[in-house]
Design a protein around this ligand. Structure first.
Ligand code: PDD
Length: 285
């Protein structure tokens, strides 16, 4: 099936979907986005993704009406493409207008969606564990808003990829670890699973929330409390979570091994429990 796009009310082949050169999403990154995974063609937690977008729209003053058709867009892209493992990308920009920083009142948002097949990460990566590299977290103060203004993420992710890593470990000036460039981070320190609390400093990941639920279900000790770069030295496990990788163990950060240098049992158990949640909610597997 073709890779499809949705643009302002129309479904069309991806290569035919074009937005204006004066779109504010293109010129300023004045836009929000979401990435929803399809398992066997069924969206996982679409409502939660859209809820996060709605919260972001409120912060950046995008009209809530702009988002009202998105549940249908997800369903239609999933249904029309007939792809099994895939992801739907959604983007809502403030719209197109002659370039001026201040957003005009009268402007129609641009609504974009695409669906593309998703190649699962290699099993070997889960077996061997990923490498990560620390990067200074120089992003803005509202990282809970999933905006397309992503230059700090892109530069850090590119540096990490060139070194062969999966993602960055973003570290604030005071040594606090926040998250990755496309993922949330969990560490196991003194037997307790820890992850940065939700709030303006991180994106509240949909996968992160499901992993917190999974830990509760498995009765594993978990605290939503930030950890520092220093504490990584004594962490027995570290793992990324996001829509693509689900739960991915990290065995090395910069030049230092995490724990034994092999994926740990809690990441493995949480990946299993996360996949059970997916199977239950999407009716797959
Ligand atoms: N990114 N933190 C950041 C900065 C992210 O960009 C993402 C996801 C996450 C994890 O969120 P979730 O579990 O809802 O995928 C955390 C998407 C996948 C992206 O930018 O492509």
């Amino acid at each position: 099936m073709p890779e499809l796009a949705y643009l302002n009310g129309e479904y069309l082949p991806i290569e035919s979907a074009k937005v204006s050169v004066e779109d504010r999403g293109m010129q300023f990154g004045d836009s929000l986005y979401e990435v929803v995974r399809l398992y066997d063609g069924v969206p996982f937690r679409a409502r939660e993704h859209l809820e996060r977008m709605r919260a972001g729209a409120e912060v950046v003053d995008l009209p809530p009406d702009a988002l009202s058709g998105l549940p249908t867009v997800i369903e239609e892209l999933a249904g029309r493409s007939q792809m099994a493992d895939a992801f739907v990308y959604l983007q809502v920009t403030r719209g197109a207008c002659p370039r001026i920083h201040a957003a005009p009142d009268e402007i129609e948002p641009t609504i974009i969606g695409t669906v593309r097949p998703f190649d699962r990460l290699p099993k070997r990566l889960y077996r061997k564990g990923a490498t990560a590299y620390t990067e200074p977290d120089i992003r803005w103060g509202r990282r809970d808003v999933k905006a397309t203004t992503l230059l700090p993420n892109i530069l850090a992710a590119t540096r990490v990829q060139k070194k062969g890593g999966y993602d960055a470990v973003f570290v604030e000036d005071d040594g606090t670890v926040t998250e990755g460039t496309v993922s949330n981070l969990f560490a196991v320190i003194d037997g307790v699973i820890r992850t940065h609390p939700v709030g303006p400093r991180i994106l509240a990941g949909v996968t992160r929330a499901a992993v917190v639920e999974a830990a509760e279900h498995l009765e594993l000790p978990l605290r939503e409390e930030a950890f520092t770069r220093e504490e990584l030295r004594v962490a027995s496990e570290l793992f990324f979570t996001n829509t693509y990788c689900e739960v991915l163990p990290v065995v090395r950060v910069d030049d230092a091994e995490i724990g034994t240098g092999e994926p740990g049992p809690l990441a493995r158990d949480l990946l299993g429990a996360f996949r059970e949640i997916v199977q239950r909610e999407t009716g797959t597997g």
